[in-house]
Unconditional design. Sequence first.
Length: 183
Amino acid sequence: MRGWRFPLLVVLWLIPATLVWIGATDFLNVFLRINAEHLLHLGESPNVSRLYPAPQDDNYIFIERADFSPARARVASVRVTDVHFPLVLLLALFLAVPGISWKERLKALGWALLVTVLFDIVLLYFWVQFYYAEQYGPLGRNVFGLGKHLLDLPFKLGLPLALFVVFHFRRLVPTGADRPDPP
């Protein structure tokens, strides 16, 4: 990956990647909402957490607790598209890699998408627990507060780059024949 070829390809792939992401947004919103609710229910008995789409905007989910009074049942809302938006960068990075076959490119992309979707489910879990944390003790508030903030900004935004490095590290580091001569 020398010169400007790869960065130019990434920029060019951003447009189709964005269009794919827009087309998949409704599915992703529902998929992440349902699976994050299932993850929440693993630690609940009885299952009191409900995640459902906002009636005005499917890009948001409402977090509701069945064990709270009706006046306090709706705890918060989360914009789900903000959770999975980094998929645009992931798609562009993995599709722009020059010099490899489409089969290899799509295989790496498939694994990276799987890791990213699992990460997004865990991130939604932490969002919900963050809003519940006011009911927890100091340790719970700190764990879920720090976890939510770390997962939501640096990890969520850095995940596409980290996965790209994991799958394409050997293309990033020059081998013996590709290394420039020392001065």
